[in-house]
Design a protein around this ligand. Structure first.
Ligand SMILES: NC(=O)c1ccc[n+]([C@@H]2O[C@H](COP(=O)([O-])OP(=O)(O)OC[C@H]3O[C@@H](n4cnc5c(N)ncnc54)[C@H](O)[C@@H]3O)[C@@H](O)[C@H]2O)c1
Length: 340
């Protein structure tokens, strides 16, 4: 059983604690102790999930039973915790976004590499069964020549969501709609279509009183020549409408949708017994979100392999987000270094 410590005991931490409860029952991993500078939060979480809590990070890191530190702090607050944990020989599982700049992402990667510890990053959508089905179709060449793909994020985050936590909607701690919310579907665009060669975007703040954008429109050209479109906003009235990903090629069309890409909406492929939604759906297993991420990290530790999303892999979507932001600032397309 692999022991986890939690740093930061807010909303995301509960997903980790719940996932660890499931994994403890399966004999895979368990929550050992939690730390938050707001001690009431760590005490409450520890009580609810039957774990210990520590008054500061160094006490938590001194525990031999903690092999992995899961970091669930505001997004701009990763580096000092990663440095302390790596120095203590603990492996890392960092919430998305891994960092809010490429230079900080590189420092996190180098720090973990030098210390010989694994750096995993939480991108639960990668483990969606519907997304796995899409990857399988792409790898089998079922789409033929790819033409284009689109990602839609039509979500609702009220002003009260931002007002409740001072870090939300700030440039230095949250990073904005692209870093905080659209990161999931942008990561999937990259994972399905490959590296982006060139990106353009407009970003705007239409309705929320925040420093960062609340609405974004972007276009991309992938390395292979196919095109991509992003439409993202957290201002959709009156509630979350959809998060979807559509991929189009000469022999296939696939659309994943629903509130967070869990449903296969369209599944059409040429060939014998032309694939339809019904063919793609029957044996889709239940999505286990954070539990799947943590289980993969544990397996990577035991098998001495890279987790599905390690620091290098998570850096790719950060590079795209930084390019989209730069394009919006400059008013012209930006060429990406890793565009192939
Ligand atoms: N992967 C996902 O599906 C998902 C979902 C929600 C949030 N997140 C990510 O998780 C992170 C946290 O988001 P949240 O919604 O839980 O925020 P939150 O505000 O609910 O919780 C953050 C917690 O971190 C604590 N904290 C602040 N400074 C700290 C420090 N130096 N050391 C330890 N703890 C510290 C705060 O006291 C707070 O309890 C963000 O990066 C967010 O993007 C990911």
């Amino acid at each position: 059983m692999i022991g986890f410590g939690l740093a930061g005991c807010g909303h995301a931490a509960r997903k980790h604690a719940e996932a660890l409860r499931v994994l403890q029952a399966a004999g895979v991993a368990r929550l050992v102790s939690a730390y938050d500078p707001d001690q009431r939060r760590s005490e409450e979480l520890a009580r609810e999930f039957g774990a210990e809590h520590d008054p500061n990070l160094s006490d938590l890191l001194e525990r031999d039973a903690v092999q992995v530190l899961a970091i669930c702090t505001p997004s701009g607050l990763r580096l000092p915790l990663v440095e302390a944990a790596a120095q203590a020989g603990k492996h890392l599982l960092v919430e998305k976004p891994m960092a809010l700049s490429l230079s900080e992402a590189d420092t996190l990667i180098d720090t973990c590499r030098s210390a010989g510890v694994i750096l995993g990053v939480v991108h639960p959508h990668r483990f969606q069964p519907a997304v796995g089905r899409l990857r399988g179709a792409l790898e089998a060449g079922a789409f033929g020549k790819l033409t284009h793909a689109s990602a839609l994020l039509r979500w609702h985050r009220p002003q009260s969501y931002y007002d409740a936590s001072p870090w939300r909607g700030t440039t230095s701690m949250d990073g904005g709609l692209l870093f905080n919310q659209a990161i999931h579907c942008l990561d999937l665009l990259l994972w399905t279509m490959g590296p982006v060669e060139s990106a353009s975007a407009y970003l705007t703040t239409r309705l929320r009183r925040i420093e960062t954008e609340d609405t974004a429109a972007g276009i991309m050209r992938f390395g292979g020549g196919a095109l991509g479109v992003l439409e993202a906003s957290i201002t959709v009235y009156p509630e979350n409408l959809e998060e979807s990903l559509a991929v189009f090629g000469e022999n296939g069309t696939a659309v994943l949708g629903g509130a967070s890409l869990k449903e296969i909406v369209t599944w059409r492929f040429a060939g014998p017994g032309e694939g339809r939604v019904a063919d793609a759906l029957p044996d889709l297993p239940t999505w286990r979100g954070h539990a799947a991420v943590i289980a993969d990290l544990c397996a990577s530790l035991l098998d001495r392999r890279r987790p599905l999303v390690d620091g290098e892999e998570a850096r790719k979507v950060l590079e795209l987000i930084v390019a989209l932001q730069e394009s919006a600032r400059k008013g012209s397309p930006v060429t990406l270094a890793g565009g192939g």
